[in-house]
Design a binder for this molecule. Structure first.
Ligand SMILES: [Zn+2]
Length: 282
């Protein structure tokens, strides 16, 4: 009889031990999945922080996590619905986080009375444009482990801002794709610098955008530099923030010397102005 009671007590003690061990294992997860920095808005980039041992997904797609526990993602100009993050930890616990991008107002500009060939390119040009698009989309699909996106981005060149992210032009009544870059007017030959560390993934001369450089900053974040006068880098080259990669020009379909700088998270277009401070007085 005595022996049986002792055994029940022992089992009870064992159960208490198991329960407290379980509580310890789950308690470290309480603060484990959070927005670390960035802008949860249309065109914004956000940095997520979690345990480095996590496996992370966004809307059920894998999301790359650095060995320090950081991940990055971005919202397109027209994104309105919430994204869902799910982290699974090595102890079997998990965490969820939903983030809804805040809507923004974008400018609209109507230009009428343009010659029709300026609005719709001739067929001969369309094949060239299709080839250019493939090259660009391949260069932007890079998903390296580079960490340039964690830096504070610097302006690649200084000048007057003549075009902003998200504005839409309506030519002869036909809506055109919104403008996804930031246009910086500067003299031809003004140096263009790497806004953050990266690797050059494309250098080419394209129909619309002229001499074009694409740079991978890691985890799907890339920079594109359009209408250059010349490129001083080669594909595969590693660059540090502030290194000169080329110079401002007016190549491609451009009306004057300026740099059009774009930022992508894979195929989502982000607003470069959200990643830098205000333009410094040269
Ligand atoms: Zn532009």
């Amino acid at each position: 009889m005595m022996g049986k009671i002792m055994r029940i007590i022992n089992i009870t003690r064992y159960r208490i031990f198991v329960i407290s061990a379980f509580l310890l294992a789950t308690s470290h997860v309480a603060t484990a999945l959070e927005v670390h920095s960035g802008h949860a808005t249309q065109g914004g980039m956000i940095i997520i922080k979690t345990d480095p041992d996590a496996t992370l997904t966004v809307d059920d797609q894998p999301l790359m996590l650095s060995d320090t526990g950081f991940a990055v993602l971005g919202f397109h100009r027209d994104d309105t619905s919430a994204i869902h993050l799910h982290a699974t930890y090595s102890d079997g616990s998990d965490a969820y986080l939903a983030i809804t991008p805040e809507p923004r107002q974008f400018k609209e500009q109507r230009i009428d009375g343009l010659p029709s060939h300026m609005v719709t390119p001739p067929q001969a040009v369309l094949d060239r444009i299709a080839r250019d698009r493939k090259l660009v989309s391949k260069a932007r699909s890079a998903s390296s482990a580079l960490m340039g996106w964690q830096q504070d981005f610097i302006w690649p060149t200084h000048g007057i801002i003549t075009g902003i992210y998200g504005s839409r032009r309506i030519l002869n009544g036909q809506p055109r794709a919104p403008h996804y870059g930031i246009d910086i007017a500067a003299a031809t030959g003004t140096p263009v610098k790497a806004p953050a560390d990266g690797i050059i993934t494309m250098v080419d001369d394209l129909y619309f955008t002229g001499i074009t450089i694409i740079m991978d900053h890691g985890h799907g974040i890339s920079s594109t530099f359009l209408h250059l006068n010349k490129a001083d880098v080669q594909p595969g080259q590693t660059v540090k923030q502030g290194d000169v990669i080329g110079s401002v020009g007016s190549s491609g379909r451009s009306t004057g010397a300026h740099l059009d700088w774009r930022i992508n998270w894979f195929d989502k277009r982000l607003d470069p102005a959200l990643l830098t401070g205000p333009m410094p007085d040269s």
